[in-house]
Write a protein that binds this ligand. Structure first.
Ligand SMILES: Nc1ncnc2c1ncn2[C@@H]1O[C@H](COP(=O)(O)OP(=O)(O)OP(=O)(O)O)[C@@H](O)[C@H]1O
Ligand SMILES: [Mg+2]
Length: 717
C-alpha cells in the first residue's frame, strides 16, 4: 500500500495526527473518534513513510486482546509481518524487560508470576504465620494495602511507620509478604511494574539501551495509567524518544485502582513541547446515542472539555425498559435477542453490560434456557479455573520447586494422604528455618520428624515431581502438559468424578493442551514452558482458547472499554447499583461512575437499551431501587419508554397465562426428546400458542426446564 492510500481511511484531523511531524503528541478526544485507529495508522506511517524500523516502536495498550488486534491491523496495513515490534500491555512489557534483565532486576532467572488469586492465598498464609486473625485483618485489605503502595512505587522499608497501630501492622504484613516473594522468586502484578521501573531507573546501561531502541513510544487509553506506569514511560521516552499518546479524560475509569487522570496534565509539564491534537467527529454511534452520552457526561465538572459530533443519522431513540425484577430484565433481553437474530443479526453483535459481576448470573441462566450461545468476559477466566490452576501449579512446581504457592495448591490434589496436620508442621518448619515448603519436607523427612505414613506420602510426592521434571525435558510444550496431567493423576481424578462438572473440567484440561499447542512465544529466546506459564498468569480474559463463535457478549462496563457493538444492553440502571452505593455521596467517585456510564453508552453503534428494575434481588436481599440518576440526565426527547410487558414468565406457583395443551408441533407429554445443549430428557408439560408455545422437559443431566418451542431445537428420539 502506498503512503497516500495508507492515510486515505482517515479524515483530515486524523490524518494530521497520524502523519504529524516529529515531536511529542497527545491526541485527546472523545469516544469513537478514531483514537485507536489513528494510533495504528501512525505506527504504519512511521514504518512506511519515515523509514522507522519496527524494532524502534513500542506500543502499549490496555488488554492483551487489544494488543493482538493492534498488531494484526498494522500487519494488514503494511501487508507484511512487523517482526521485532513490541506491542503489549504495561504488564506484558514489564515482564519481558524483567525476563531479559533478571540479573540486574535481582530476580532469579526462573522467577514466576503470582496472579491475584495466588497473591491472596499467600497473604492469608502470611497472616497465619503472624498469628493474625482474618476477621480483624482481612486478607483483601492487606492485599489492597500492598498493591496500592506498589502502584505508587513505595516499598515497605520506605513507609512511615507512624503511630497508628493499624498502619504499622499492615506495613509488617507487607514486609513479610515481600520477603517471602523475594525468597521464592515470585513476582505479583504490581511488582512487575515497580521492578521494571526500578530496573530502568537504577541501571543506566539498560535504560540507555532501551532509550536508544525505542525512538517512538505510543500509548492507547492513556487516561488509565497509574503513577508507576507513567514513571516508566517517562524514563523510556527520555530526552529523545517521541511520545504519541492517545486518551480521553472522560473515559478514565480506573481511579479506584490507582490510575491518575492528572497524568494528562503532568504530561504537558514533563514534555512542554507536546502538541495536543483533537478529534471531534465520532464514527461509531448514531446521533441520538452520541447526544445522550454527551448529555450525561456534561454533568461532570472535572473535565478538560471537548466537542463530539457525528455525521451519522440520528437513528432510533434510546429505549428505556422498566423491568419488574431481574428475571423480567433477563427475559426482556432474550426477547430482543431473538428479534435481532430473526432479522438476520448475529449474536456477536450484541453486548450485555453491567456494573457488577454478580449481575451476570440471572442473564446467563436465561440465555442457557433459551439456548442462546454467549460468552462472559472478565468473569472467571479460563486460566483462573480451579482445575486449570491445579494443572499450572504442577507445571510451576516441576520447573521451580521452591514455588510455595504451587506446592500448597497441589501437594494433596488429587488426595494422596498428606494431611493438614503434617502440612502445618511443614509450614512451621519452613517459617522457622526460612526455607521453602519443598525444602522443608525434604529436611523434615531426613530428620525423621514426621509420622511414617506422612513421610512416605511426601517421598512419593517428591519423586513424582522429580520424575515429571526429567520426563518432560525433551517434549514439545503440549506433550509436556499432557504428560504432567496424566502422571499427576489429575486427569484420572476428574475422570472418576461424575456429572457435568467433572466432564466440563476434563474438557477444560484438554483445552489447556489445545491452548498450549496454539501458543506462540513473543520472544523466541525464552524457554517455552516458563513463557507459557507467564502467559497464563498475564492473560487478562477476553480471549479464551476456544475462539469467538457467534456468541452474545457479557461483560462489566469496565471490561467493555475500547470495544464497540451494534446492539448494547446496559442493565441494572438503578441507584445503589449504578452508581454503586459507596460512591453516591462522594462527588469524585460519583464522577468516575458517570464516566463509566459514558463509556458504556458510547460502546453502542446503533441500538442502545437501558434497563432498570423496580425490584431487585441482590446480594441476598430484596431491594426496591430508584432508577439511576444517569437515566434522568438523558434528555427525554432522545428516549422512548418501553411499556412493561404483561407476559412476564414467572416461575413457581404463579398461574400461567395459558392452559396446558396435550400436543404441540408433534411433541407429547411423556415423549423422549434431545436438546443440543442439555442432552436427553422427557417432556413434562406443554402450553401456549403461536410464538409463545412452550415445552417443559425433564433433562437427565440438568433437571426440568421450560423452553420456547420455536427456539429450543428439540428432536424427538
Ligand atoms: N475516518 C474514519 N472513517 C470511517 N470510520 C472510522 C474513521 N475513524 C474511525 N472510524 C471507525 O469508528 C469506530 C471508532 O474508532 P476507534 O475505536 O478508533 O475510536 P476510539 O476513539 O479509539 O474509541 P474509544 O474511545 O472508545 O476507544 C471504529 O469502528 C473505527 O473503525
Ligand atoms: Mg480506542
Amino acid at each position: 500500500m502506498d503512503i497516500s492510500s495508507l492515510l486515505n481511511p482517515l479524515n483530515k484531523a486524523q490524518r494530521e495526527a497520524a502523519a504529524a511531524p516529529p515531536g511529542h503528541h497527545l491526541v485527546l478526544a472523545g469516544a469513537g473518534s478514531g483514537k485507536t485507529r489513528v494510533l495504528v495508522h501512525r505506527m504504519a506511517w512511521l514504518i512506511r513513510s519515515q523509514g522507522i524500523a519496527p524494532v524502534n516502536l513500542l506500543a502499549v495498550t490496555f488488554t492483551n486482546k487489544a494488543a493482538g488486534e493492534m498488531r494484526g491491523r498494522i500487519e494488514e496495513l503494511l501487508e507484511t509481518p512487523a517482526g521485532g515490534m513490541w506491542v503489549g500491555t504495561f504488564h506484558g512489557i514489564a515482564h519481558r524487560l524483567l525476563r531479559a534483565h533478571w540479573q540486574e532486576a535481582q530476580l532469579p532467572q526462573d522467577f514466576q508470576i503470582l496472579d491475584s488469586e495466588d497473591q491472596y492465598r499467600l497473604i492469608r498464609r502470611i497472616l497465619q504465620n503472624l498469628n493474625l486473625d482474618e476477621s480483624r485483618w482481612p486478607p483483601r485489605q492487606a492485599q489492597w494495602f500492598i498493591n496500592s503502595h506498589k502502584d505508587k512505587g513505595l516499598r515497605p522499608q520506605y513507609l512511615e511507620e507512624g503511630t497508628n497501630p493499624h498502619v504499622r501492622q499492615q506495613i509488617r504484613i507487607y514486609h513479610d509478604y515481600q520477603s517471602h516473594c523475594e525468597r521464592s522468586g515470585l513476582v505479583d502484578f504490581a511488582e512487575l511494574l515497580l521492578r521494571a521501573h526500578e530496573l530502568l531507573r537504577d541501571h543506566a546501561h539498560v535504560l540507555q539501551h532501551y532509550q536508544n531502541r525505542f525512538t517512538h513510544v505510543l500509548v492507547d487509553e492513556f487516561q488509565d495509567t497509574n503513577a508507576i506506569q507513567y514513571a516508566w514511560l517517562r524514563l523510556l521516552a527520555g530526552h529523545q524518544g517521541e511520545l504519541f499518546i492517545v486518551g480521553d479524560d472522560d473515559q478514565s475509569i480506573y481511579g479506584w485502582r490507582g490510575a491518575q487522570i492528572e497524568n494528562i496534565q503532568q504530561l504537558s509539564r514533563d514534555f512542554p513541547t507536546i502538541r495536543t491534537l483533537r478529534l471531534e467527529q465520532n464514527y461509531r454511534s448514531t446521533g441520538v446515542i452520541l447526544a445522550a452520552a454527551n448529555a450525561v457526561i456534561a454533568n461532570n465538572t472535572e473535565r478538560l472539555g471537548k466537542n463530539l459530533w457525528t455525521e451519522s443519522e440520528d437513528g432510533e431513540p434510546i429505549k428505556i425498559y422498566q423491568a419488574s425484577n431481574e428475571r423480567d430484565e433477563a427475559h426482556f433481553i432474550i426477547e430482543r435477542i431473538h428479534a435481532w437474530k430473526a432479522q438476520g443479526g448475529a449474536g456477536s453483535d450484541i453486548a450485555v453490560l453491567y456494573r457488577s459481576n454478580a449481575q451476570s448470573r440471572i442473564v446467563e441462566a436465561a440465555l442457557v434456557e433459551a439456548g442462546i450461545p454467549y460468552r462472559v468476559h472478565g468473569g472467571l477466566r479460563f486460566f483462573e479455573r480451579a482445575e486449570i490452576k491445579d494443572a499450572l501449579a504442577y507445571l510451576h512446581l516441576v520447573t521451580h520447586q521452591n514455588n510455595d504457592s504451587a506446592f500448597e495448591r497441589i501437594v494433596n490434589t488429587p488426595p494422596r494422604g498428606i494431611g493438614e496436620r503434617t502440612l502445618s508442621q511443614v509450614r512451621e518448619y519452613a517459617q522457622q528455618t526460612g526455607v521453602s515448603l519443598w525444602q522443608a519436607t525434604i529436611q523434615l523427612a531426613a530428620q525423621q520428624q514426621l509420622p511414617a505414613r506422612s513421610a512416605t506420602a511426601l517421598r512419593h510426592f517428591h519423586s513424582l515431581i522429580e520424575h515429571m521434571a526429567t520426563d518432560i525435558m525433551e517434549l514439545s510444550l503440549p506433550a509436556q502438559i499432557e504428560s504432567v496431567l496424566d502422571h499427576s493423576g489429575l486427569l484420572n481424578h476428574y475422570r472418576k468424578g461424575r456429572g457435568e462438572k467433572s466432564q466440563s473440567r476434563l474438557d477444560n484440561l484438554k483445552e489447556l493442551i489445545n491452548a498450549a499447542s496454539q501458543f506462540k512465544s513473543e520472544d523466541p529466546s525464552l524457554e517455552t514452558l516458563s513463557e507459557f506459564l507467564a502467559h497464563a498468569a498475564l492473560e487478562s480474559g477476553g480471549t479464551q482458547a476456544e475462539g469467538w463463535e457467534d456468541c452474545v457478549q457479557l461483560m462489566t462496563l469496565h471490561a467493555a472499554k475500547g470495544l464497540e457493538f451494534p446492539l448494547v444492553f446496559m442493565i441494572g440502571m438503578e441507584e445503589g447499583l449504578f452508581p454503586s452505593p459507596q460512591t453516591r455521596h462522594e462527588p469524585e467517585r460519583l464522577e468516575e461512575e458517570r464516566r463509566l456510564c459514558y463509556v458504556g453508552m458510547t460502546r453502542a453503534q446503533r441500538h442502545l437499551y437501558l434497563i432498570y428494575a423496580t425490584r431487585r434481588w441482590l446480594y441476598g436481599s430484596d431491594n426496591y431501587p430508584q432508577p439511576s440518576r444517569f437515566l434522568h440526565e438523558i434528555p427525554t426527547e432522545l428516549t422512548s419508554e418501553q411499556r412493561p410487558r404483561i407476559d412476564i414468565i414467572h416461575s413457581g406457583s404463579v398461574p400461567r397465562p395459558t392452559a396446558p395443551v396435550s400436543s404441540i408441533d408433534g411433541f407429547r407429554i411423556g415423549q423422549r426428546v434431545s436438546h443440543p445443549k442439555f442432552g436427553e430428557g422427557v417432556v413434562l408439560n406443554l402450553e401456549g400458542k403461536d410464538n409463545q408455545r412452550r415445552i417443559q422437559v425433564n433433562f437427565t443431566q440438568g433437571g426440568a426446564k421450560w423452553l420456547v418451542v420455536i427456539y429450543a431445537n428439540l428432536q424427538i428420539i
